[in-house]
Design a protein around this ligand. Structure first.
Ligand code: SAH
Length: 358
């Protein structure tokens, strides 16, 4: 492994010992990296020079370079990162309501295989999986950005605390890059690492059933969000082609199993598309499908994507849809897709090109 931010503390300790360094140095490095956000091994002034040199020469310290960042009026910050191979990915910091904290929304792949009809990333195709280090670095670099743009004198601890929640809802399908996502969750979630805490991490999936099952066994603390978008197989297969492989009945059973294993409420994401999936009858279908599940429903008016005729539902249609869900007894909220003006929706910053021209 080459990227420092792809290591768990115990793995770095073993590697350092192999190289003839004392194991406890790993803890010191982790402390510099994750408690102080040290931007260079040179800053790690309690390490011997030989170890600092070894780090410089043998491990990639930063996996990403900031290519572009955009701030929206609502406080959303969208980042476009350049990877070492020149490819680009994006991530977003979403300010949490009523607090100074942020939720980081990160990418798990460059592009995506799933080709969901309404998704900007889906239109781009798949290029490769991200490494754990590249996922961790999206959060790490975002924290550094907050630190460097924060008020002078603000401590690293403060900017790190600012990122309180993490969602794998950027580009890609996290459960098709399971091992690396799990490694990133362990590094970002652990106390010795970034210390977000796995209960404040959510993985969003279009419905990869084997991944959901594995997740419920191996990461029971991590939250699950399912991108549903339709409760009818024919329509869902059109919007989310993965439904042809894992259909609604199979998904329902997998979610029941997830609930039995974890006891954690599942978030159901439903992007409302005008006259496609936002009819009252479709809300009732959704209610029917939800029966037997413990869920929280997020309704998101579709963010229009370039080259697609699909549009978001009107406020009145959204209200009617929402009412049917809530009257059936399910907690539901309408989540405005924030950061629209900076194109913070999935895959949309990249779509505009780095220069921002559409
Ligand atoms: N592949 C994973 C995670 C990435 S997509 C998944 O499908 O969950 C993150 C979320 O954004 C998903 O719920 C997805 O359906 C939604 N999304 C994608 N494009 C959108 C758009 N144009 N408008 C609103 N939501 C969108």
């Amino acid at each position: 492994m080459k990227e420092l931010k792809g290591y768990k503390a115990a793995e770095l300790e073993a590697r350092l010992q192999q190289e003839g360094f004392a194991g406890y140095r790993a803890r010191q490095i982790f402390n510099w990296l994750y408690s102080n956000l040290a931007a260079d091994p040179k800053e790690m002034n309690n390490l011997p020079q030989r170890l600092k040199d070894w780090l410089q020469e043998n491990l990639i310290y930063h996996s990403l370079d900031l290519e572009e960042e955009k701030r929206a009026g609502d406080g959303t910050i969208n980042f476009l990162w350049k990877l070492k191979d020149g490819r680009t990915i994006e991530s977003v910091l979403l300010p949490q309501r009523d607090s100074e904290n942020y939720t980081a929304c990160i990418s798990s792949q460059v592009g995506c295989q799933l080709a969901c009809k309404f998704c900007a990333t889906g239109q781009q195709g798949w290029e490769r999986d991200l490494t754990a280090g590249e996922m961790v670095d999206q959060v790490w670099q975002s924290a550094l950005y907050l630190k460097s743009t924060g008020s002078p004198g603000e401590k690293a601890e403060k900017s790190k605390r600012d990122i309180r929640n993490l969602v794998f809802m950027g580009m890609g399908e996290p459960l098709l890059n399971y091992q690396a996502v799990r490694q990133a969750v362990e590094i970002l979630g652990s106390e010795t690492g970034f210390n977000i805490g796995s209960r404040r991490i959510t993985i969003s999936t279009a419905g990869i059933i084997p991944g959901i099952k594995k997740m419920s066994r191996e990461m029971p603390q991590v939250g699950l969000a399912l991108s549903l978008h339709a409760a009818d197989n024919k329509l869902r297969s059109r919007l989310v082609p993965l439904n042809k492989k894992y259909n609604l009945q199979q998904l329902h059973r997998a979610l029941q199993e997830y609930l039995a294993n974890t006891g954690r409420r599942i978030t159901v994401e439903y992007a409302l598309i005008h006259e496609v999936n936002d009819r009252e009858e479709q809300a009732r279908q959704l209610v029917g499908w939800l029966k037997g599940l413990t869920v929280f429903v997020n309704l998101i008016p579709l963010n229009p994507v370039k080259g697609q005729k699909l549009t978001g539902s009107s406020a009145s249609r959204i209200e009617k849809f929402k009412k049917i869900i809530s009257q059936a007894g399910y907690p539901v909220q309408v989540r405005q897709s924030r950061g629209q003006e900076v194109k913070a929706a999935c895959g949309q910053l990249k779509e505009t090109g780095a220069d921002g021209n559409e």
